[in-house]
Design a protein around this ligand. Structure first.
Ligand SMILES: Cc1ncc(C[n+]2csc(CCOP(=O)(O)OP(=O)(O)O)c2C)c(N)n1
Ligand SMILES: [Mg+2]
Length: 321
């Protein structure tokens, strides 16, 4: 059923999208200052995907995604300060400072990572869906997949079992048009990623991922389908990442014009224009939200920087030896 958005929903949508953007901008700064080490993949440009889906999610539903996960965690209700603490390798981060940007988990929030191996989250998400069905729970597992990961063999093994056992898993393809530096049309045969479940009997659809309201409608329909016991479904969301693949990528494989063209459809702009047009909030109200978020993110960064690193005696705990 189409989700009816209340005034507070519009505000929530805008707040979360902006919080993700401001968080990522701050993470980028901290990285540049040397406070964050290792890999770090930003979500700027893709905010409407995870926030659109957030509006259709139930608390006990599960989520699993790849390494581009900061926005996913914020949308799952995890605390920005503890996410930032993890990015900076501090002991009060979600993985005790040992997982870093790519490996954060929060079982209490049914968030199962954060995975650095391309495609690895897909069998995991399918397994979580198996558990939900086995335990007769009414929840579903949303499993996010990058466009690059869609060329990965284990994705199709997972599709096969999900369809065979009619598992409650919603696969969400975040097609941001690139793998690391390879455009999707240079890496993927056939253009319609959402049709790749057809031979297993898995239906799919595609939606504009720059428009959060369209994402909400599509995610609601797809989520209902899965929740009603019809087995898996594939939702392809077309989006775009503004920054390089990771912090070390100058993104020379695409033109400035291409990037600027996508920015004309900026997801935050689309959301704020709709909110103002509908007279839900004024420009000034939105600016006040922005001010609050800037303060929250600054506090999160301060918290992270002031937090201790893991103690020496924890060097060998919670890691594979
Ligand atoms: C199995 C595996 N192969 C290769 C890599 C290196 N790698 C890291 S990210 C990436 C591209 C994945 O692109 P996509 O799935 O589109 O996700 P995005 O980065 O766009 O979010 C590759 C090839 C890896 N981490 N794991
Ligand atoms: Mg991609």
């Amino acid at each position: 059923m189409k989700k009816k958005l209340l005034k507070k929903d519009y505000i929530k949508i805008y707040t979360y999208m902006l919080k993700i953007r401001r968080f990522e901008e701050r993470a980028s700064q901290l990285y540049g200052m040397g406070h964050i080490g290792g890999f770090c993949h930003l979500y700027i440009g893709q905010e409407a995907v995870v926030v659109g889906v957030l509006m259709t999610i139930k608390n006990n539903d599960s989520v699993v995604t790849s390494y581009r996960d900061h926005g996913h965690m914020i949308a799952r209700g995890l605390e920005p300060k503890r996410i930032m603490a993890e990015l900076t390798g501090k002991s009060n981060g979600y993985s005790g400072g040992k997982g870093g940007s790519m490996h954060m988990f929060s079982k209490e929030n049914n968030f199962y990572g954060g995975h650095g191996i391309v495609g690895a989250q897909v069998p995991i998400g399918t397994g979580i869906a198996f558990t939900l069905k086995y335990k007769n729970q009414k929840n579903i597992c949303r499993t996010y997949i990058g466009d690059g990961a869609m060329n990965n063999g284990q994705v199709f093994e997972a599709f096969n079992l999900a369809a065979l056992w009619s598992l409650p898993v919603l696969y969400i393809i975040e097609n941001n048009m690139y793998g690391m530096g390879t455009a999707v049309n240079r890496a993927a045969a056939g253009s319609d990623l959402y049709k790749r479940g057809e031979s297993f009997g898995i239906n799919g659809t595609i939606v504009d991922g720059m428009n959060v309201f369209q994402v909400i409608d599509a995610a609601q329909k797809a989520g209902d389908f899965v929740r009603e016991g019809n087995g898996p479904y594939i939702l392809e969301v077309q989006t775009y990442r503004y920054r390089g693949h990771s912090m070390s990528d100058p993104a020379k494989y695409r033109s400035k014009e291409e990037l600027e063209n996508y920015k004309l459809n900026d997801p935050l702009e689309i959301a704020s224009q709709e909110i103002i047009k509908k007279k839900i909030a004024s420009k000034k109200d939105l600016e006040n939200i922005n001010k609050k978020i800037i303060k929250e993110i600054k506090d999160a960064a301060d918290y992270a920087l002031d937090s201790p690193f893991p103690a020496d005696e924890d060097l060998y705990t919670n890691v594979y030896l």
